[in-house]
Design a protein around this ligand. Structure first.
Ligand code: CP3
Length: 381
């Protein structure tokens, strides 16, 4: 009840004006009036639009994947992970599996952030047990010589969206996604995952103009790609900036905040009602400014964020998503029960979408996800 009353009585405009001093340029979501039509019965969308709910909607990052036996069974039908992503029948099935098993409030398109470099013509592959491998872009010339972004290359992704949207239960929302320019660029430059994305950070210091060009190409491609995902049928998108946390403040502003803000405003030019969640993993104390200046509807919080701090420091008109430690979900038991209760309590007075602080891990026992669902569904915060 407390949650209902609190949310219903705080006037949205009042909340916004309290934070006006925070930012220089009003974010697009606040400066335009774009009332979304509530012609659906989808708790995830209601909450993302700022509505009240007795219990938070829930989905989990990487909810389709190797912890599910049914995923492992169909994954073995494709030799390469990218082939799997580009086979609409398989990608559709992978998207739907966690919905059937757990009844999450949102499905996330099954694909990968690295289909974008692939659509630029960069060679991308996934080695079992080693993660992604790309032909690294090591010189400014390589960036200048990058091919055109081919949206048509991603047609199988849009066909997957079309198939999934016809197969989802009416109460289940559908989320599309892309990687944020900094995170995608960091893989394009290093050619693989690294502990701290040092290759891309060094490249950006040494060749700022060429790095800016790469970021600009990714901003434009991301706008086109996400707009097309909406056209195909997704109802919200998430922008994954998984490596936002490795940058000093000035670089965070230039390579994470500004590009994501440009994607969001560009996308809203194409689709005024686009619902957008940004996930700046590791952004820590930059998060309130990031939320205000990008104008994202929702912010995905990572595992390390203190929920008491987040509840108080992030403007109340921003919907918070997260952020149970994926390792707690492996542990289960009392640790899981307590951690879930704490998160529910911390966000009881504001719109909250329950999620993990990063992707679900392959070792996660199915029963622990079932216990999580039971706890969330029986919660009344
Ligand atoms: O969330 C979902 O269920 C939708 C599908 C999804 C995948 N990757 C499937 C996947 C999403 C949203 C992603 C995003 C993604 N991909 C990110 C951002 C989120 C994050 O985790 O930080 C990043 C950085 C990538 C790049 C990537 N893809 C890496 C580093 C790896 C290897 C690590 C790993 O977990 O294996 C992948 C491969 C990948 N993407 C798998 C899945 C299910 C595993 C590959 C397999 O099943 O063979």
């Amino acid at each position: 009840m407390a949650r209902n009353n609190a949310i219903a009585t705080v006037n949205k405009k009042q909340k916004e004006s309290r934070f006006l001093s925070f930012y220089k340029d009003p974010p697009v979501s606040m400066s335009q009036s774009s009332p979304r039509q509530n012609v659906h019965n989808k708790p995830f969308l209601t909450t993302l639009d700022g509505g009240a709910s007795k219990k938070p909607p829930i989905w989990l990052m990487r909810q389709a994947g190797r912890y599910l036996p049914e995923y492992r069974a169909i994954r073995s039908q494709s030799k390469s992970f990218l082939d799997f992503c580009y086979t609409p029948a398989l990608a559709t099935e992978a998207t739907l599996q966690p919905i059937r098993r757990f009844g999450f409030d949102a499905a996330i398109l099954f694909s990968d952030i690295l289909v974008v470099p692939d659509a630029f013509g960069q060679k991308v592959s996934f080695e079992v047990g080693e993660g992604p491998r790309l032909d690294p872009l090591t010189t400014p010339k390589a960036i200048e010589g990058l091919g055109e972004f081919s949206l048509a290359h991603l047609d199988p992704v849009f066909e997957t969206i079309d198939r999934v949207k016809g197969a989802l239960p009416t109460e289940t929302a559908f989320i599309g996604f892309c990687g944020a320019p900094w995170t995608v660029a960091s893989y394009m430059i290093a050619g693989q995952g690294t502990p701290d994305q040092a290759p891309a950070r060094l490249f950006a210091y040494r060749h700022p103009a060429a790095f800016q060009l790469l970021i600009d190409k990714l901003v434009d491609a991301s706008i086109t790609y996400l707009a097309r995902q909406f056209d195909a049928g997704v109802e919200a998108v998430q922008i994954f900036d998984s490596w936002a946390g490795v940058l000093p403040a000035a670089e965070f502003e230039r390579w994470c905040l500004e590009p994501v803000a440009r994607i969001i405003s560009g996308l809203r030019v194409r689709n005024a009602n686009a619902r957008i969640i940004a996930f700046p993993r590791g952004a820590a104390t930059h998060i309130p400014t990031f939320a205000l200046r990008t104008g994202a509807d929702g912010i995905g919080l990572d595992t390390a964020v203190d929920y008491r701090w987040a509840a108080q420091s992030i403007p109340p008109n921003v919907v918070l998503q997260g952020h149970l430690d994926p390792l707690v979900l492996i542990s289960g038991g009392a640790a899981q029960n307590d951690a879930v209760r704490e998160i529910l309590g911390a966000y009881r007075d504001r719109p909250h979408i329950f999620n993990l602080g990063h992707g679900i891990l392959p070792q996660t026992p199915i029963e622990h996800v079932e216990a999580l669902m039971k706890q969330i569904r029986s919660s009344e915060v």
